[in-house]
Design a protein around this ligand. Structure first.
Ligand code: NDP
Length: 336
């Protein structure tokens, strides 16, 4: 059996280049007892890949997760035909030995995709996987939203942001999204029920936000960081809560080249804001709770999802760069 995989040739500098990765073939050995072989069905491209990769040496297989089907097995706990979700990297076929840790990134072993009935297995990488749990735990545990409050979400039309906004709507909040195109704004307000949406590329966030939230903002779910977040934080109400989920606006920039920070301390002190970063694996022991609740909301028609699907394993790099540039609506995935 031959596997294809993307190997890291160079660490990324600024925006990743196609030549930073190389597509190679690898001959896989026969299975040993306890092992099983999977074939990738869907692969994920996620923003964390850009900054996280720098922690690993050149020469590794590019990091990432996938939904894969078990096609051969010498382990009765992982029978042929089942699907798993695992951080196996950008590769088409993988031999897994559950007794050795496969994952250096999220420190999570591959797990069997829960029964999601007739829904597509790709959801295990999005609304019913890591981004879905990021939305669920990052909103509920950090923002602790209350009905009637106002929440702002940046990166609002992506996998995590579009999901956070819908949970917040279900809980009775006023929801304002910030994202990078009119088409995305339209999707948020006309299909997902957001109360308003701001295109940060064409509108002034400060004045649009004053109109959309004249009383100020109680919760901010921050996916992007940078100037957008500074503007939002200066419009927060006393005792506001900020869930710092990501800072994609800085991911392509080397830490030493980032601009000096905007002074945020006055608003943090005088409005007594609470600002907390998180990594979703903090709730690894409650992983299934998030998946079950998100599945319930989908079944009840209270949670919609959208995927931007790129076909072909060979096109993974284009899908990754496209997602980093904002070409995706909802979750960016690759169909192998
Ligand atoms: P998305 O599906 O939101 O895709 C990334 C989006 O970021 C793009 O579509 C683009 O949309 C937006 N973007 C790109 N560059 C900029 C910029 N300079 N300023 C503002 N927006 C930009 O990705 P995810 O939903 O997977 O992830 C969203 C965030 O959540 C990321 O920061 C990620 O790192 C973080 N995250 C954190 C986790 C945690 O455990 N803390 C777990 C998972 C994700 P647009 O058109 O709007 O610009």
């Amino acid at each position: 059996m031959k596997a294809k995989k993307f190997v890291v040739v160079n660490h990324f500098v600024n925006e990743a280049k196609p030549t930073d990765l190389k597509l190679v073939e690898e001959e896989l050995p026969p299975l040993k007892n306890g092992e099983y072989l999977v074939e990738a069905e869907y692969l994920s491209v996620d923003p964390y890949m850009r900054p996280y990769l720098q922690r690993f040496p050149v020469g590794i297989t590019m990091i990432g997760s996938q939904v894969a089907k078990i096609i051969e097995s010498k382990n009765p706990n992982f029978p042929v035909g089942k699907r798993i979700v695992g951080n196996l990297g950008w590769r088409t076929h993988t031999i897994i030995n559950p007794s050795t840790n496969q994952d250096d990134v999220l420190q999570q072993q591959p797990y069997v995709l829960p029964d999601i009935g007739d829904l597509p297995s790709s959801l295990g990488l999005g609304v019913l996987g890591m981004p879905g749990n990021t939305a669920y735990f990052g909103l509920l545990e950090i923002c602790k939203p209350k009905p009637g409050e106002t929440i702002v979400i940046s990166g609002a039309a992506g996998a995590v942001g579009s999901h956070v906004g819908q949970i917040a709507k279900n809980l009775g909040l006023i929801v304002i999204g910030i994202c990078g195109s009119d088409e995305k704004c339209k999707w948020l307000t006309e299909e997902l029920g957001f109360d308003s949406a701001i295109n940060y590329k064409t509108a002034s966030i400060a004045s649009s936000l004053r109109k959309a939230a004249p009383q100020g903002v109680d919760c901010y779910f921050d996916n992007v960081g940078g100037d957008i977040s500074s503007v939002v934080m200066y419009q927060m109400r006393p005792f506001g809560r900020v869930s710092v989920c990501g800072s994609i606006s800085s991911y392509n920039t080397d830490a030493s080249s980032l601009p000096k920070s905007t002074i945020l301390q006055p608003v943090i002190v005088f409005n007594q804001l609470k600002i907390e970063g998180f990594i979703v694996t903090r709730w690894a022991d409650r992983w299934n709770e998030g998946i079950i609740q998100n599945l319930r909301w989908i079944r009840e028609g209270k949670l919609r999802y959208r995927e931007t699907v790129t076909k072909g394993f060979e096109n993974m790099f284009d899908a990754f760069i496209g997602m980093m540039r904002g070409e995706n609506v909802g979750k960016a995935i690759i169909q192998a």
